[in-house]
Write a protein that binds this ligand. Sequence first.
Ligand code: MYA
Length: 438
Amino acid sequence: MSDKKSIEELLKLLAMGGEEKQEDPQNTEKHKFWSTQPTVKYEEASKIAAEGPIDKIKTPDQVPNNPLPLIDQFEWCTVDVENDKELDELYKLLYDNYVEDTDATFRFKYSHEFFKWALKPPGWRKDWHTGVRVKETGKLVAFIAATPVTIKLNKSKTIIDCVEINFLCIHKKLRNKRLAPVMIKEITRRVNKQDIWQALYTGGSILPTPLATCRYQHRPLNWSKLHDVGFSHLPANQTKSSMLAHYALPNEPKLKGLRKMEEKDVKEVLELLHKYQERFEIVQLFKEEEFKHWMLGQSGESNVIKSYVVEDSQGKITDFYSYYLLPFTVLENTHHDDLGIAYLFYYATDAEENYKTRLNDLITDALITSKKFNVDVFNCLTCQDNSFFLKDCKFGSGDGYLNYYLFNYKTFPMNGGIDKETKQVIDDKSSGVGVVLL
Ligand code: MYA
């Protein structure tokens, strides 16, 4: 690799939601598709009087039984993620077409285990893994997934059984042909058929209308490797060793009683999380089975999701944290083949008086434990209560933003942890967003 990229460029790429396409939010003309969908219009967002569904109530029998037609050469399919061959096809589609940097040197290194974890939570449905194939060759050229999720809006105490939409991907050769709206309509039809009318989704693109916008934050763990692969430039007033010293961490975690979360902890940790999450405006409500899946993975030790608890001397769980691992493949680098990346997932503590210190200790231990899994950079957003630890834990703001959306539900706008004008992190202030999507 020739020139060093700035760390910001890496970090923008790490924003998994895809390339951010900022646009003039006043220009609604552009949204030929979204202006027809039950989402909040830009001009309405600041004037919402009451929260609630947007569309008239319907029943599944009012929903068409058949998908919209595709143009001749293509056909709808369901991608069977329990079939290794089909999982490989999905892998290939996303690897080549999902998110990449400008000179295509980095790719997400998905694994079968990652897909199974992300796409098969309890309640998953085969037909919610929707694809498009070329009729003649069978090649998979587009994909979109829905997974079940229950969310709670804490202010109004509303609970919504909905889906999370993710992994929307269209082959590069089929871009800008208005296939995305057709994919979205088809997943909507398949979800509506199950009597579900709301969806939660995130993305880098600005669409009508985000309920919150968070900014990506990144904490280099292996500065010299980031430097080697071409990301981290050396600031003019620093030396390599001063950068290493700046980001150095102890080898062992510091919280007494920290250990890996086990199956027996699921109920207690879930109670701790649900209580903790009352501080946010939008949160995910887990059933025990779901929580077990999301925190512990499928069976045996997961290589994708890592969860830890802090158990006090009376055997009570006082804190927990989790993060998932999704490395990058590094192409055309003589020294390194991949880059280890962790994404902060859910966490909770029962600390009150020493809340900020406790969160800092907890996340510092998250950083320390992640080094065992070869993590080179640790990411999070400005959601949850992350602004209480970002500075002290040496996270830096990236260039990527993630917008949160609800389909067919109006909510009051929520604080995404950044100042609206300056986009800087608002220190030590809870965000409204407690839900974390992959
Ligand atoms: S976010 C990850 C998105 N994926 C990527 O970034 C991967 C790389 N990019 C691609 O594969 C393509 O560029 C995609 C667009 C597929 C993104 N969310 O076909 P087009 C609108 C929503 O010509 P393409 C994730 O997975 C765009 O504004 N809409 O465009 C969550 C325009 O509409 P309008 C998007 O570039 C997905 C129209 O599509 C997005 O070829 C949540 C243009 O279509 C986007 N990320 O393909 C989906 N990007 O004119 C919504 C573009 O109106 C779910 N568009 O502005 C909604 C809930 C559904 C379920 C409801 C159940 C109740």
